[in-house]
Design a protein around this ligand. Structure first.
Ligand code: COA
Length: 317
């Protein structure tokens, strides 16, 4: 199995506060802050998702003391690929020179990074890879309708990455368990209105916010409690919750269900907004760089997104 040996992240330079948005959208800092906890977000100008992924990926490789040529696998979780094909992972491979890596994208929207961690489990279990780079990267701003204030205030762009390496028999750190699920009956509650099957544009985000909120809260609680139960672990065993950063109220509700005090919950939604598949690795890298984790800490990562997809990962740091 694998352990995480490096993290990295990247945000575009164009930062917009809620105040900035309110100059061209009918909204306010107080509405956005009260309902979501978001204070600002970053939007790409000229960069592509692969550019964000390259910067986050190289930072993670540096943190792990590996080179691109050491990689056997690159998985990019994204719902905003540069092109319909080839995969953004193939483009990143070319840009960083990871010539030995097999590369593909995962499209599980906001749960994509958790899906990536879960898929990687199989590659390590069957000893097909020694080193893998899992990146969550998004340019969500390209799917936003800036005349729809119910969605455009919620999202941001960015990328985060983690380097995974095969555990040695002596390693006590590493992945404990992942869980991934999908409820396809709810695809209409959060979706774009375009894409190659429908039109020549990728479309824009449409969401039934209150319904999504309700499903997120109930499914995330279940995912987290099920993961603990399957490992015979208690809520008190969790040292840090690293949730998908969609909404502070959803995060608070999961933290409450797990009886976690605020110090144990990593929150970056105020700084990054909802960056979809990038949100967990961005939060993970932020907390790692803050020196929050110590060896042996139990981390619980969880995500919920369009699809509906959801899942979690228990990791011993
Ligand atoms: N600024 C100001 N007012 C806004 C607004 C904005 N950006 N967006 C909506 N409003 C208004 C609405 O028009 C509505 O006004 P009305 O009562 O006059 O009709 C009012 O605020 C309440 O809207 P509502 O949609 O009921 O708000 P809400 O409390 O459900 O909050 C969300 C909206 C989107 C913040 C909330 O539903 C949510 O967080 N949902 C989950 C979204 C999410 O996380 N999605 C991603 C999952 S991966």
């Amino acid at each position: 199995m694998y352990k995480i040996i490096g993290t990295g992240s990247y945000l575009p330079s164009n930062c917009l506060s809620n105040e900035d948005l309110s100059k061209f959208v009918d909204t306010s800092d107080s509405w956005i802050t009260d309902r979501t906890g978001i204070k600002q977000r970053y939007f790409v100008k000229d960069e592509l998702t692969s550019d964000l992924a390259v910067k986050a990926g190289l930072a993670a490789l540096e943190n792990a003391n590996l080179t691109a040529e050491d990689l056997d696998l690159i998985i990019i979780a994204t719902t905003t690929p540069d092109l319909t094909f080839p995969s953004t992972a193939s483009i990143v491979q070319r840009k960083i020179g990871a010539v030995n890596a097999a590369c593909f994208d995962v499209q599980a929207v906001c749960s994509g990074f958790i899906y990536g961690l879960s898929i990687a489990e199989g590659f390590f279990a069957t000893k097909k890879v020694k080193n893998a780079l899992i990146i969550g990267a998004e340019s969500l701003s390209k799917l936003l309708d800036f005349e729809d204030r119910t969605t455009c205030v919620l999202f941001g762009d960015g990328a985060g990455a983690a380097v995974l390496t095969e555990k040695t028999p002596e390693d006590t750190s590493g992945l404990i368990r992942t869980s991934i699920s999908t409820k396809g009956e709810f695809t209409d509650l959060l979706k774009t209105d375009g894409g190659p099957g429908l039109s020549q544009s990728a479309g824009v985000v449409h969401m039934q916010g209150q319904e999504v909120f309700r499903h997120a809260v109930s499914n995330l609680k279940k995912v987290c409690l099920d993961l603990l139960a399957k490992e015979g672990m208690e809520k008190s065993d969790i040292d840090f919750l690293i949730p998908h950063q969609a909404n502070k109220r959803i995060i608070d509700s999961t933290a409450k269900a797990l009886s976690l005090t605020p110090e144990k919950v990593i929150v970056t939604v105020d700084k990054h907004a909802n960056t979809s598949a990038a949100s967990i690795p961005l939060a993970l890298d932020w907390a790692n760089k803050q020196g929050k984790f110590k060896k042996g800490d139990i981390l619980l990562l969880e995500a919920f997104g369009a699809g509906f997809t959801f899942g979690g990962a228990l990791i011993k740091w």
